[in-house]
Each structure stands twice: as C-alpha cells, then as structure tokens.
Design a protein around this ligand. Structure first.
Ligand SMILES: *Cc1c(COP(=O)(O)O)cnc(C)c1O
Length: 405
C-alpha cells in the first residue's frame, strides 16, 4: 500500500477548491485500528511498546516514550528536569499556545524570545537578550518552526544552558535534519501526531531522549506515576500490586492510537518526499512573484527541512495586505492559515508573559506578513498550480480591480 494510492482525482466542477489541511489515514492503519478494537485490549499495551521502538529507530533516538499529545510531552519533559516552581523558561514568541501552556502547567514561567522575521525563529542575539532579561533561564524550549531545523547547540550556548536543559518542540520537525543529525537525536525532543502534522494519528505525542533516567521518569509520570509496567496489571497473568513512587499524570497513549501510528510511520518516507516535491513546485511558481518571499530553508546539504508548513511572506507595499490576500483566497475556495499568532497577541498568555503586542519587533513584523499555503502529501500538482495562480491574481490585479475574484 503506497501512501498516495487512495487518492481519487477530484472532479473538475468549475473552480477547484483547495482545503488548507488534510488528514490521511491509510487503509492499513484503519485495518490495524479494527484489529486492536477486536483484540480485547485497547489502552496502553503492546502496540504502544512497538510504536515506541519503531519511532525511536526512525529518528535514531535511544529512548522514545509515547504520550497523549505534544503538549503533554513538553510538560512532562520540562517536569522531568525537576526545576523549582516559577523558574524562567525561554520559548520562541512564534509558537503554538499549547507549547506555552506546557511551561505554565509545569509550574514554570515562560519568557518570550523574539524571532528573526526571515527564519521565524529566535537568533543567538535574541536568545542572549531574553536570557539576560530574566537573569538567566533554568531551561529553554527550542521550536523548529515549519520544519526548518533550528541550531539547538548554538541557541543553548547563547542562553547559557547545557543541552540537558533544552527541550526541543519538534511538532513540525518529524523528518527534519540538522548537520547530519535527525531532529529527535538530541537530548530531548517532543513530537506531535495531531491530525494535521506530518505523522497524523488524530491525537498523540512522543518524547525522544538520550537520557535513560529521564525516559523512565516520563514513562511512569504519563500513567499516574505508577511503578513500571503497571499497565499490565489487568492483562492475563498481571499482578494487582503497584507503587506510586513519583508524581503522576494521565497522559498515556492508547494501543488504538499506536496501531494507527505504526502503519502511518511506514508511509512517512513517501510522504516526506512528496512534501519536498510540493515545496519545489511552489518555489518554482512563486519565485518570480513580486512581493512574495519564499520560506527560509537550510543552506547545507546535510540538513533537511520537513516541510510541515510552507509559509510565504507578503511584503508590505507590494500589493494588498496579508489579511486581504487570505480573504480573497478563501473566497476562491483556497484555505490558508497563519503560523502563528504570536504568544503576546493572545489575551490570556500576554498577561502571563507580560509583553504587549508590539513589544517584540521581529515577531510583530513576521505576524503582519506571514501566510501558510496548503501543504500535505495528497495535495496534487494541479492544486499547487491553482493556489499559485490565485495568489498571483490577488497580487497583480489588486491595484486595478480590487481583490474580489
Ligand atoms: C501542534 C503543535 C503543538 C501541540 O501539539 P499537540 O499534539 O496538539 O499537543 C506544540 N507545538 C507546536 C509548534 C505545534 O505546532
């Protein structure tokens, strides 16, 4: 079963619509889900163990622990550091709200780092400035935005942290590589299997780590802090006695999710190659468009962009603004999104981080310009062309006829 075989060509009925996102669950994964449901054991069990070892092998990580979401993965990874309540943790200002909630839920204090509007990620200089502003952070979350691999080693040095105090938010970065190393080979990284991510299961997350003790702490914490293998107690031959030797949470992955994940994982290489083809087609079509800046990507052959997103930037003054372009594309049936609304633009979080909109020039500038175009393996070449034609029409016709289609 190849990843794209199930793709039916949509009928041409007038204008083709292009949704922003897609969630492909391959037939083998649906069959695996049915098999697990019929097995009599649907929660954490042998499928989770198998998914963990297959995932670990995929990203060259010695340990992988499956959890309920990437948000849970980030919280548990931060808690495993055993920091004191309220200690400062650096995070990109251009990230998903859940990643900041994870810091708050771990009892720590998020400190926003401004981003370079070109890369959408913190630089060594902005990281150094944020580290100084909080009197030295206790830890840092590094986000590989869009799938473009961040330089974790350089950013850790800029923050004055050792690598064991860095948690990578790899929600976009399954398939990314930095200088020959897969994202996931680092000390600690957190992945998402949310419905729109590169390995969609619906919901789910994974922590990979080089640190065996940390893996064991998270493995127990994800299931109430119960002693090792407590999940087996209701299986035939299982024992009822267990201990709770550490603080626990409810963040385990089910066998139903893991069985789907194992089959989806077999498609990942094919899917990643298709994402690269789509990015190359967008590049070819959009490179010549005035006022459109292509997404940043690594300039080294031993690094790799995972193309979770294809975020272009629309330069001010070159045509209509980003919001008008997004509306005009929506009117033509083309979905787009913005990654991200910066953390300090969100009502509740802005009070938590104590930064007002306008307070981080790089993130504020990027937010005004950035637009994510559809990017998923089942996107056809024709759909990419439809998106590019529509974007070109928006940008070139706007001056004479306005933006209406
Ligand atoms: C999706 C996402 C998350 C959260 O993932 P969940 O699995 O939905 O909890 C965290 N960080 C980033 C950057 C994301 O895009």
């Amino acid at each position: 079963m190849t990843a794209t075989a199930a793709r039916a060509t949509p009928p041409v009925t007038g204008r083709e619509t292009v949704p922003f996102a897609d969630c492909e669950i391959v037939p083998a994964a649906r069959e695996a889900a049915v098999r697990v449901m019929a097995s009599g054991w649907v929660t954490t069990g042998p499928e989770v163990l198998a998914f963990e070892s297959e995932f670990a092998a995929r990203v060259n990580a010695p340990h992988a622990v499956a959890v309920a979401s990437c948000t849970a993965a980030l919280e548990l990874a931060l808690r495993s550091l055993q920091l004191s309540p309220g200690e400062p943790v650096l995070t990109s200002s251009n990230t998903f709200c859940g990643a900041v909630h994870a810091i708050v839920h771990a009892g720590l204090r998020p400190v926003l780092v401004d981003v370079d509007p070109v890369t959408g990620m913190p630089t060594e200089a902005t990281t150094r400035a944020a580290a100084r502003s909080c009197g030295g952070p206790a830890a840092m979350v590094v986000t590989h935005w869009a799938g473009d691999p961040a330089d974790v080693v350089a950013l850790a040095a800029a923050a004055g942290l050792t690598l064991d105090r860095v948690v990578e938010d790899a929600a976009h970065a399954l398939g990314s590589k930095h200088r020959g190393l897969a994202v996931g080979e680092g000390v600690t990284a957190c992945f998402s299997f949310y419905a729109t991510k590169n390995l969609p299961l619906g919901e789910g997350g994974m922590v990979t780590t080089r640190d065996g003790a940390r893996a064991e702490w998270i493995r127990s914490a994800r299931l109430h802090g119960m002693s090792a293998d407590a999940w087996r107690r209701y299986l035939p031959g299982g024992r009822w006695r267990y201990d709770v030797a550490q603080e626990g949470f409810k963040a385990n992955m089910t066998d139903l999710q893991a069985a789907i994940g194992r089959e989806q994982l077999r498609c990942l290489d094919v899917w990643q190659r298709r994402r690269e083809e789509i990015a190359a087609r967008y590049d070819d079509r959009l490179r010549a468009l005035d006022g459109v800046v292509l997404p940043h990507r690594p300039d080294r052959r031993d690094s790799r962009h995972a193309w979770h997103l294809y975020p272009v930037q629309l330069l001010p003054g070159a045509g209509p603004g980003r919001d008008d372009v997004a509306d005009a594309l929506a009117h033509r049936g083309i979905g787009t999104s913005v990654h991200f609304i910066p953390v300090h633009h969100l009502t509740w979080l802005r009070d938590v981080v104590d930064v007002a909109p306008g307070g981080l020039p790089g993130a504020d500038e990027l937010f005004a310009r950035v637009l994510s175009l559809p990017m998923y393996p089942r996107l056809t070449d024709r759909q990419v062309d439809v998106v590019c034609d529509a974007l070109e029409a928006c940008l070139t016709r706007s001056t004479t006829t306005g933006l209406s289609p």
